[in-house]
Ligand binder design. Structure first.
Ligand code: SF4
Ligand code: SF4
Length: 117
């Protein structure tokens, strides 16, 4: 007896695969941005999260994962309290919009009050 397996993809399968590919690409781009920000010149080890207000959708995921409650929503935009941020980067991975990046502090002895774009 010969078994045949239909390996062809229908339109729905292809659509699903394309959506997954887009999601993976977006995640890869976020990770690449994070690596770039880690490698950026500045004061090593002293980095804080920054939110791009134009990209932020106000979902609050970054705030949910922040272990020190350094992020709160102001209206529909996340804002980082730079004085509380510990630079762990969890919010960068949590943001589905790619709106959060890590920035090196360049002002010796000074921490900006707000770290938002
Ligand atoms: S980098 Fe870490 S500590 Fe800083 S805002 Fe993001 S989650 Fe909070
Ligand atoms: S996770 Fe991203 S989109 Fe959602 S509130 Fe935070 S910065 Fe904005």
């Amino acid at each position: 007896m010969v078994h045949s397996t239909d390996l062809s993809l229908n339109a729905a399968d292809i659509k699903t695969l394309k959506e997954r590919a887009r999601a993976l690409k977006a995640r890869l781009e976020r990770l690449e941005r994070r690596v770039s920000s880690i490698q950026a010149p500045g004061m090593p080890g002293i980095r804080i999260a920054m939110v791009d207000g134009d990209l932020c959708a106000g979902c609050g995921r970054c705030s949910d994962v922040c272990p020190v409650r350094a992020i709160e929503l102001k209206g529909k935009t996340a804002r980082v309290d730079a004085a509380r941020c510990r630079g762990c980067g969890l919010c960068v991975d949590a943001c589905p919009q790619g709106a959060v990046s890590m920035q090196a502090l360049r002002m010796h002895g000074k921490i900006p009050k707000q770290a938002t774009g």
